[in-house]
Design a protein. Structure first.
Ligand SMILES: *[C@@H]1O[C@H](CO)[C@@H](O)[C@H](O)[C@H]1NC(C)=O
Ligand SMILES: *[C@@H]1O[C@H](CO)[C@@H](O)[C@H](O)[C@H]1NC(C)=O
Length: 335
């Protein structure tokens, strides 16, 4: 035990020495602070299945039989046009098949037919199999074109909090895990309205996805093992809060420029490429069955494609689908 923990510290030290800070630090934004629940959020549903902790700076969301139909969730008080949105999340442990935890932005309640959406979705699994993470993007009601990507994590997301973030500007969308960029969507002319362009709220929810979440619905939520609890902390809402009916004028020019100025350094780009090579298990861009002609932004994915089957599944995932466990819980496992 002693030697393995000193190895671990040596390992951490090496990770710190070999990684530039740039690859894993938060974007540089003025006044980037965490909020209490009351400062920025409001409960959506779930009654007492939403509980505040740590002086109102952390939120428990629980799913049990009582709230099975809706789950539990909260949302930002405001809608935002662009910004940086983040939370540290700890997922339910053990058997969690059918359980879905979502951290996402949407304006579906304001624009029913032409909504925009940016998603992190966490899909629970049977005992001994890991949670999977999915990201997705919709713009102007583009629900006919799913832009899903799925990933394995390099850590056990049920053991501790990890930070999940979304940057959204005029120019680009970047998804981050523990500040490592894992996906970038750059706005192109061809994408048109499919790039989200209207103010959105931020949401965090837990719900019953028994019909699809685990092995296409084969494994359902088992309420004998409830409650399933997801914890949220380090809540960041750094955005241009706007009135949805008048969104063009509400944000100060200087704020908009802040978000547009965030791009990726060469180190971050390298870190993202490595993450995707090792951990991305599915991408719509490579799914030739669903999209014989890939959506326009997929032209830019480049050499990644050699690692994927026509189904969009990663070749490595196909070979090693069974028996994989989490490796070293260090950033170095990605980079
Ligand atoms: C940051 O916060 C301080 C104090 O609340 C405020 O005076 C300042 O204008 C803020 N800066 C920006 C760029 O929002
Ligand atoms: C969004 O979709 C509507 C139709 O639902 C269309 O009229 C509008 O031009 C689209 N906006 C963009 C930016 O593509």
């Amino acid at each position: 035990m002693v030697s393995s923990s000193s190895f671990f510290f040596l390992f951490l030290l090496c990770s710190v020495l070999f990684l530039s800070d740039e690859a894993t630090s938060l974007p540089e934004l003025p006044n980037l602070t965490t909020l209490s629940f009351e400062e920025g959020y409001t409960q959506l549903f779930g009654d007492s299945n939403l509980l505040l902790h740590r002086d109102g700076r952390a939120v428990h969301l629980a799913l049990d039989q009582r709230t099975a139909l809706l789950g539990a969730g909260f949302a930002s008080q405001d809608l935002y046009l662009h910004g940086f949105f983040s939370a540290s999340i700890k997922l339910p442990s053990d058997y969690a098949a059918g359980v879905v935890v979502a951290f996402y932005m949407s304006n579906g309640d304001v624009f029913e037919k032409s909504h925009d959406e940016l998603d992190f979705e966490f899909l629970g699994n049977i005992r001994g199999r890991e949670w999977r993470v999915q990201t997705n993007v919709y713009g102007n009601g583009s629900t006919a074109v799913g832009r899903e990507e799925r990933y394995q994590l390099w850590f056990d997301p049920t053991e501790d909090y990890h930070q999940y973030s979304i940057l959204w500007s005029h120019e680009r969308i970047i998804f981050y895990i523990d500040n490592i960029p894992i996906r970038e969507v750059v706005r192109t002319q061809a994408m048109g309205g499919d790039f989200p362009s209207k103010p959105m709220s931020l949401y965090a929810t837990i719900w019953d996805g028994s019909t699809w979440a685990t092995s296409g619905g084969r494994y359902k939520v088992n309420y004998k093992l409830a409650p399933y609890v997801a914890d949220f902390a380090d809540l960041i809402l750094h955005g241009c809060a706007v009135d949805p009916s008048d969104h063009k004028t509400a944000c100060q020019r200087s704020d908009a420029v802040l978000y547009d100025a965030i791009t990726m350094s060469a180190d971050q780009r390298t870190a993202m490429a490595k993450f995707r090579k090792k951990h991305m298990t599915y991408s719509y861009c490579h799914d030739r069955i669903r999209y014989p002609t890939p959506p326009p932004e997929c032209m830019f994915v480049g050499p990644e494609s050699q690692n994927f089957l026509a189904s969009g599944d990663a070749k490595f995932n196909y070979r090693h689908r069974r028996g994989r466990r989490y490796g070293r819980s260090s950033v170095d496992a990605v980079l």
